[in-house]
Design a protein around this ligand. Structure first.
Ligand code: SIN
Ligand code: FE
Length: 287
């Protein structure tokens, strides 16, 4: 398998290197070992899982500047919100440097702060991100919009965030497409009418969800598919289209993440998007 993690040397992120942009849009992980997100002295007290509401999976700070899933007194919540807003500023500045054409077209999503230990989490196979998958969400159809994510390991004790990164998207799609359930437009309409989905689940969304589930539920694929295991050390940042790169988070604690959306037509290479690849493989329009 071609290398799936591309390291960007210190100070080079502003080089506008067309190869790196193409690698990102081919679903590879851009890894910036020397781009840390640094907690201030005051923020260091947020480095505990106690700041997360046990009922929520993550702490999030939305594009509407609202904090969700935090726990603690008003001062702690204010500190969390300010820290997460600072991460948003840093992550967006990094993206503007790495891929300047995105700046005007990226749609801002939420920041998340993940202070819990990955390997302790017990979950159903479908929710288990320790299984390799591409990101796709049952209630939020996106009709081919890209999910671009910036991650930073902020662990204070030297613990890496360990991921597995799998095969290129087209290989995954070719492997699973023949066994996916066909799309039923009437079911999509019913789900929308019942409020199960926030908008109509397109054939694209159906295929992406089916891919997500088929990957996660296939033990043999999880074990034997081409993959690399990589530990992102504290003090590093990585950028990836998570709807395209096969990924799994195996272990680690304390990570920041920012999600942004992008129309595939606004990419440098629209033909590399999952929408374009799936459309080509299926031979008809999917949205
Ligand atoms: C995921 O996006 O699947 C999980 C990433 C992480 O928590 O490291
Ligand atoms: Fe994921």
């Amino acid at each position: 398998m071609e290398q799936q993690i591309v390291e960007i040397p210190a100070g080079q992120e502003g080089a506008r290197n067309a190869e790196w942009i193409a690698a990102l849009e081919a679903g590879k992980v851009l890894y910036l070992p020397h781009v840390p997100f640094v907690f201030t002295e005051a923020e260091k007290k947020l480095l505990t899982p106690d700041v997360r509401d046990p009922k929520s999976r993550n702490i999030s700070f939305g594009a509407d500047n609202r904090l969700k899933g935090g726990a603690g007194d008003a001062a702690t919540l204010a500190l969390l919100a300010a820290m997460m807003e600072r991460y948003r500023t840093q992550a967006e500045a990094l993206l503007a440097t790495l891929a300047p054409n995105y700046k005007a077209v990226l749609e801002r999503g939420a920041i998340s702060y993940r202070p819990s230990v990955v390997e302790n989490r017990v979950q159903s196979w479908r929710a288990d991100d320790k299984r390799m998958h591409v990101d796709a969400f049952p209630s939020r159809p996106n009709h081919g919009q890209r999910l671009l994510r910036v991650f930073s390991n902020v662990n204070p004790a030297g613990v890496p965030r360990v991921w597995r990164v799998g095969q290129p998207f087209e290989d995954v799609a070719r492997h699973f497409l023949p066994r996916l359930k066909p799309y039923a437009a009437w079911q999509a309409k019913v789900m929308q009418a019942l409020g199960i989905t926030k908008s109509l689940r397109s054939e694209y969304d159906h295929l992406m969800l089916q891919l997500h589930d088929a990957m996660k539920s296939d033990e043999d694929y999880q074990k034997n598919a081409p993959q690399v295991t990589f530990g992102f050390p504290p003090g590093s940042t990585w950028v990836v289209f998570s709807d395209q790169a096969s990924h799994a988070a195996m272990s680690g604690q304390f990570m920041m993440e920012h999600t942004l959306q992008l129309a595939p037509s606004k990419q440098y290479h629209p033909e590399a998007s999952p929408l374009a690849i799936l459309t080509r493989l299926q031979g008809h329009a999917l949205v």
